[in-house]
Design a binder for this molecule. Structure first.
Ligand SMILES: CC(C)(COP(=O)(O)OP(=O)(O)OC[C@H]1O[C@@H](n2cnc3c(N)ncnc32)[C@H](O)[C@@H]1OP(=O)(O)O)[C@@H](O)C(=O)NCCC(=O)NCCS
Length: 343
């Protein structure tokens, strides 16, 4: 296990938070729940029918794991009311009708979608974080959170990042760890959204990666060296995003627009952006769109042998994280530790 991850787990354990895992039907999640409680990383609420879970996982000792069956949960009406109130006036895009006409419909909706049920527990303050996605798509995992948890104060965009751990000493990654964003949620972010991604990624760099953030807004251009006016106008967008991020978070060390080498290599940074505090020295990288971000982190992972922890969701008012459907038990444990740290 990387020392960064060991450190995340250790810091999470000190917080004694409670994380809800809505996917009691997935054996990896059930095994992870037992492991998390055994290692005292956080308290865990697992959603599902306790008899079914025990039957499907006879070898797993669930002592200490709180198993709640939403169907018989004494609090389910309370959560239905929260759902109804949070979504009052919202129209279902497919049917053109209100999402929930009354509290009974909201209850039926929450009982059909345990990720939503978990999100309502989180909204009510009965748990501190939510981790799902072992057997649900990213969209189905994030939508309940987007609908009822919403964004943190001052942030309008939920985004994601990867915490990238360097395999060994690396001249361009002196902290041993960096943050790449957004590689998984926002497909073509606007300038305002890129600014939010920068601010949230800096927060994740501090709280999860444990580093002091120096944020580079990435492009194929450095400080106006290139432009794409005839195509996507992405250079002015990144320039505008940099300006917005500086205005919204004046305390943040953020600059751009930079090519990747100008952001990480001191010799290139000095040459191309001599006035910048971030050039040649960045440890948080905001990519101009999901194509660049997703391809970028995978190049670092495969060619550069960096360990990619994530995606870590950021910008929610309360922490929610999405597992990959190919996740292992260890991955679930790691994501729960990250979520507990965000709480
Ligand atoms: C994040 C995502 C799942 C949202 O999809 P969606 O549910 O169809 O989103 P909608 O546009 O219907 O919006 C639902 C609600 O979430 C809000 N929302 C959507 N994206 C948001 C974001 N990034 N930040 C904050 N709020 C957001 C909307 O404002 C809307 O709120 P409302 O219903 O209260 O008005 C979608 O952007 C997505 O699929 N992204 C790519 C994910 C992906 O495939 N990743 C691959 C992994 S590499």
């Amino acid at each position: 296990m990387s020392t960064v991850l060991e450190n995340i787990i250790k810091r999470a354990s000190e917080k004694n938070k409670c994380v809800v895992l809505p996917e009691g039907e997935d054996s990896r999640v059930v095994k992870a729940a037992a492991e998390i409680v055994k290692q005292k990383i956080s308290r865990v609420v697992l959603l599902g029918d306790p008899t079914e879970i025990a039957k499907a996982n006879p070898d797993v000792n669930l002592e200490g794991v709180i198993v709640i069956d939403p169907k018989t949960d004494v609090n389910n009406k309370k959560y239905a009311e929260i759902l109804y109130k949070s979504r009052e006036g919202k129209i279902n895009k497919k049917t053109g009708l209100p999402e929930y006409a009354n509290v009974d419909e909201a209850l039926a909706g929450a009982l059909k979608d345990y990720t939503m049920y978990g999100a309502l527990m989180l909204k009510a303050g009965d748990v501190d974080g939510l981790v799902s996605g072992a057997c649900h798509s990213t969209a189905n995992t994030l939508r309940p959170g987007l609908q009822v948890i919403k964004t943190a104060p001052g942030i309008n965009t939920v985004s994601s990042c990867f915490v990238m751990v360097a395999p060994d000493e690396n001249k361009y990654c002196p902290d041993g760890v960096a943050v790449f964003a957004d590689c998984a949620i926002n497909i073509e972010p606007s300038a305002e959204q890129l600014a939010d991604i920068a601010i949230s990624s800096a927060e994740t760099a501090k709280s999860i990666a444990g580093i002091e953030p120096r944020v580079a807004m990435l492009s194929f251009s450095t400080m106006g060296s290139g432009n794409d006016d005839k195509f996507f106008k992405s250079v002015p967008k990144v320039q505008e995003a940099t300006k917005i991020a500086k205005e919204k978070a004046p305390e943040l060390t953020v600059d751009g627009e930079f090519q990747f080498d100008a952001a990480v290599a001191p010799e290139v940074g000095k040459l191309k952006a001599p006035e910048s505090k971030v050039a040649g020295n960045a440890n948080v990288f905001v990519f101009p769109n999901i194509n660049a971000g997703n391809i970028g982190y995978k190049i670092a992972q495969r060619f550069g042998k960096f360990l990619a922890l994530g995606p870590v969701c950021q910008g929610f008012a309360k922490p929610i994280n999405d597992l990959s459907r190919g996740c292992s038990v260890e991955d679930v444990v790691a994501v729960v530790a990250i979520t507990a740290l965000q709480a």
